[in-house]
Design a protein around this ligand. Structure first.
Ligand SMILES: *Cc1c(COP(=O)(O)O)cnc(C)c1O
Length: 956
């Protein structure tokens, strides 16, 4: 094995392992296995045209070179992105720490207490700064959070309003442009109407159900919206407020002047701008919205022994349960970034935040005064950190811009000739001197300003009625970890409670928890990629452009669908963008009345939810006993809806882990009916380099770059869900407003290139593997799954295999017979796995009563064998219950996981020894993952969960 080749670092299986594994499976070669797995009519006839693989060392140099093509200017552009300081202990301890970035969404609460606590802290930061009662633990960005807010308020209309069909939402002109654009994209097909204008002159009437305003607004002005909110409430309309979290440190929180929902970005809480993303969006609301607020909510609950424990709350309203009835399609969010923002607030504490916000404000005030003295008109009366300036007649935008760019400074140049600037945490007195130099040189007056005078940190540049009176972040956690030592240990303390890829394989079917190589992640810590504003001029972002253009090209080659956008920030967001693209295409071709999306019963919950979000109806096709689309049902339902079919959504290989042999026929049939084929690309890890959606016949697919293409899961995000489309759909792809008004297209995210900052991970993955490495990764993913299937088929049994008895890149383990025989169910097995230091496979999806295992190509044979040993050990424990050697209720499975405090307690009340609970296999004696809570009882009920520290009285 040549270790200088990255493929041998990424793929866990050596040639000799492979030989043994193939013989276990019972095939002579890897090619034979692949031939038995993937239908021959969809195999690509030729190699993919991708660049030769780079070594890790070559890549590092290449990334540095790309980075050097991005120019770091001081950014005062604002409009939703601000320069910020990521505290070094958070960068090193969280962002660069595999335990934090490789962990999965905290569905298995007992081994996720660390990130659950971190996200709970984030919720507290948002609720306290906004003054609201309830928040989720992140949305994708500010603009999508705005759209989610509008939809939430639509769903929360009073009965009378709903009955009267009130469907108008008012958008104030001074919202950030992407917020307006994305709200427009998202709500028009929901039967809502948008009215835009100036909030001061807007007349509410009965048709209005909601209004959206911004605080401070896009020009930087802080308005007194009290009477506006009263007018809204008088007609039973609700008000959503976009608010900058940093400004709320100094300003009266929106909840205190009547807001019904508050949303925005938490980017400036320590997350680099990354050319637009990723960072965490937030949405806060009143308790009354608990059933309709989208996204995940963490609550404090109890474990079986009554110990406090965190878990996800209110899951029954999520799309994986409610499917087409869900109020949102959001699945992957921005957990890692929310975690970092929470730690930022913890590190600085309320006083530190006040100092930071106060300094930003004071410097902005100073600049405002100086600009006025120079003869500029500052349009703001009350402001926090943003000024909008009118230029005197003798100063042209061009000359000001030339002066600014000469000083490596970016301002926001409005189309109406005004200029806006936003100061931030990184602004220093010397920067103020440069700013004033720029504005005075543009006037041709004497420049060279050094700031000598003391800038008053106490003066307020807004009316005292706006000043925040309420305290915030008084809880101990925000007042204990202000030294680096304390913060470092707090981060470590939480980290120790979580299982991640740094501990063991995470065999989550459909989620593809593969290696996220350190060499793919280096750019995340480089200022050349971090400190770039998404609206920076093109000549400053050549590195990003080159990277993004190449990435799009490679993804087009890999999927066989040449039109690509990387704007969507998650898989579900990609689904929405893809369906919107189809919708635009149908509208432009006189087929706007096509409104049905066909999908199989096995579809992921986000599929039906996205279809409905896009204004379609869903028709569900049954699956047959082999797990394939039931052809009779498919033919009947496509016939019945022939003239109404807009699209079929299909996952391939199916969510049952099978390459259906008739996929090409399914696609053809949909085309014959006049519909488009949408392929959910979550399972691309079984296709890359061997087949592809374009070749199979799909028109659109999204990719989960955080699954197949090596972006880490981050405990529930960031994600990246680019869509790839066929030639005829390229013109219909989402576009972007670039921050300017008058835009009317189909923008789906706040930033032009979505989470551009993590695009380099996938780019690096593709560059280091090249065509043959990518293909090998796919082959080994299939090899590993079939190897495990061979070893587990005689005990648990495999629910679905393909026509030739093979599985794809994942396998579904049967647990339903076990339950009948022993009362042990799939959840007991999942919890028992924790005692062995493993994260459970995917539970009860897509088939109830089963576990779906996806080993991925990155795991070694030793790790696969260990997992099989563990499953065999659990199998034996189940047999003990079946044959009566173990008690039906007091057994290692029903009592799992066994928390440390129970294992070391003086008393031991079980019918089996401690050693059996704790060390069922020998390897555990040298590498035990200690769990600090017992089983968390989901039956304990959402009603008793607390979503914040202060919510002791309000229950969910
Ligand atoms: C993960 C997944 C999705 C949703 O992707 P997110 O990035 O979480 O929004 C959709 N479909 C399938 C089959 C998936 O596995």
């Amino acid at each position: 094995m040549d270790n200088s080749q990255f493929v041998n670092r990424h793929v866990g299986i050596s040639d000799s392992d492979q030989k043994q594994m193939l013989s276990t499976i019972g095939v002579a070669s890897l090619d034979e296995l692949i031939d038995q797995t993937i239908p021959s009519n969809i195999k690509l006839p030729a190699e993919l045209d991708l660049p030769e693989a780079m070594t890790e060392r070559e890549l590092e140099e290449h990334i540095a070179e790309l980075g050097s093509k991005n120019k770091i200017y001081t950014s005062y552009i604002g409009q939703g992105w601000y320069d910020t300081v990521t505290p070094a202990p958070i960068r090193r301890g969280v962002l660069e720490n595999a335990v934090w970035y490789t962990s999965y969404t905290p569905y298995q609460a007992e081994i996720s207490q660390g990130r659950l606590e971190a996200l709970f802290n984030f919720q507290n930061v948002v609720t306290e700064l906004s003054g609201m009662e309830l928040t989720n633990c992140s949305l994708l960005d500010e603009a999508t959070a705005g759209a989610e807010a509008v939809m939430m308020l639509y769903n929360e209309r009073s009965r009378a309003k709903a009955k009267a069909g009130a469907n108008v939402v008012f958008l104030d002109d001074q919202l950030f442009e992407p917020t307006k654009a994305v709200i427009r994209t998202r709500v028009l097909h929901q039967g809502m109407e948008i009215v835009s204008g100036d909030w001061r002159s807007f007349q509410f009437d009965e048709r209005v159900f909601a209004a959206v305003i911004q605080y401070p607004d896009a020009l930087g002005e802080v308005h007194d919206y009290r009477s506006f909110v009263e007018k809204a409430h008088a007609v039973d309309a609700q008000v959503a407020v976009a608010a900058d979290l940093m400004s709320l440190v100094l300003l009266t929180p929106p909840a205190e002047w009547g807001a019904d929902a508050v949303f925005g970005s938490t980017q400036r809480f320590g997350i680099p701008m990354y050319y637009g993303g990723p960072s965490a969006g937030y949405l806060a609301a009143g308790m009354k919205c608990k059933r309709t607020i989208p996204g995940r909510i963490i609550g404090v609950s109890k474990d079986v022994y009554g110990h406090p424990a965190y878990r996800l709350a209110l899951q029954t309203r999520e799309q994986h349960i409610r499917r087409e009835k869900a109020t949102s399609n959001i699945c992957t969010a921005q957990a890692l970034l929310a975690t970092m923002a929470g730690f930022y607030a913890i590190y600085h504490g309320p006083d530190g935040l006040k100092r930071i916000a106060g300094r930003i404000h004071a410097y902005t005030g100073y600049i405002a005064e100086q600009l006025k003295l120079l003869g500029y008109t500052v349009c703001n009366t009350n402001f926090f950190d943003t000024l909008t300036v009118e230029l005197p007649a003798k100063v042209s935008t061009e000359s000001l811009r030339a002066c600014a760019e000469e000083c490596s400074v970016n301002l926001f140049y409005r189309r109406d000739g005004r200029v806006s600037l936003s100061l931030d945490e990184t602004t220093m007195p010397s920067d103020l001197g440069v700013l004033l130099y720029i504005f005075s040189s543009a006037l041709d007056t004497e420049g060279e300003k050094t700031i000598e005078e003391e800038i008053s940190q106490t003066r307020q540049y807004f009316d005292s009625s706006f000043a925040r009176q309420s305290s915030f972040l008084q809880h101990e956690v925000f007042n204990s970890y202000h030294t680096e030592t304390e913060l470092m240990r707090y981060i470590k303390r939480l980290e120790r409670k979580d299982i991640s890829l740094a501990h063991s394989m995470i065999p989550l079917g459909s989620c593809t928890m593969k290696l996220n190589a350190a060499s793919e992640l280096i750019s995340l810590s480089m200022p050349q990629f971090g400190n770039i504003h998404p609206y920076a001029p093109a000549d400053q972002t050549e590195g990003y452009s080159e990277l993004i253009d190449s990435l799009k090209h490679y993804l087009g080659v890999i999927t066989g669908l040449p039109g690509v956008t990387i704007q969507p920030n998650s898989g579900a967001s990609g689904e929405y963008a893809g369906l919107r693209t189809i919708r635009t295409y149908l509208e432009r071709n006189g087929k706007a009345d096509r409104d049905v999306v066909i999908l199989p019963a096995s579809a992921h919950g986000t599929n039906p939810a996205s279809a409905v979000q896009c204004g379609f109806q869903t028709v569900t096709i049954n699956c047959d006993e082999r797990g394939n689309v039931d052809m009779d049902d498919f033919m009947a339902k496509t016939e019945e809806n022939k003239d109404r079919i807009a699209a079929m959504m299909i996952t391939y290989p199916s969510t049952h882990g099978i390459f259906e042999t008739n996929i090409v026929d399914l696609c053809r049939r949909i085309h014959d009916c006049g519909g488009q084929v949408y392929m959910d690309g979550a399972n691309m890890n079984a296709q890359v380099g061997i087949t592809n959606p374009g070749f199979i016949g799909a028109d659109v697919c999204h990719l989960n770059l955080h699954k197949t293409f090596a972006i880490p899961h981050g405990g529930g995000g960031p994600g990246m869900g680019p869509i790839c489309v066929a030639e005829h759909l390229i013109d219909c792809l989402p576009d972007h407003c670039q921050g300017h008004p008058g835009f009317d297209a189909t923008q789906v995210a706040a930033s032009p290139h979505g989470s551009a900052g993590i695009a380099a991970i996938t780019y690096s993955y593709i560059r280091m593997l090249g065509y043959s490495g990518l293909r090998r990764a796919t082959q080994v993913a299939i090899l590993n799954a079939n190897y495990m299937a061979a070893l587990l088929k005689d005990t648990f049994g495999i629910v679905y295999t393909g026509a030739t008895g093979r599985v794809g890149h994942e396998l579904i383990l049967e647990c339903r017979n076990i339950k009948e025989a022993s009362g042990i169910d799939e959840a007991d097995i999942a919890k028992r796995l924790m005692d062995f230091g493993y994260h459970a496979p995917t539970l009860s999806f897509p088939v109830h009563g089963t576990l779906m295992v996806e080993p991925t190509e990155s795991e070694s044979k030793a790790e696969l064998d260990r997992f099989v040993d563990v499953m065999n050990c659990i199998w034996k424990e189940i047999q003990e219950v079946v044959n009566g050697t173990a008690d039906k209720t007091d057994n290692v499975l029903k009592n799992a996981p066994h928390p440390e405090y129970e294992l070391v307690a003086d008393e031991w009340n079980h019918s089996y020894p401690r050693s059996k609970a704790c060390y069922p296999l020998d390897y555990l004696r040298s590498n035990k993952f200690w769990i600090n809570v017992g089983r968390i009882d989901n039956g304990y009920g959402d009603r008793n969960l607390q979503p914040t520290f202060c919510a002791c009285e309000v229950h969910l």
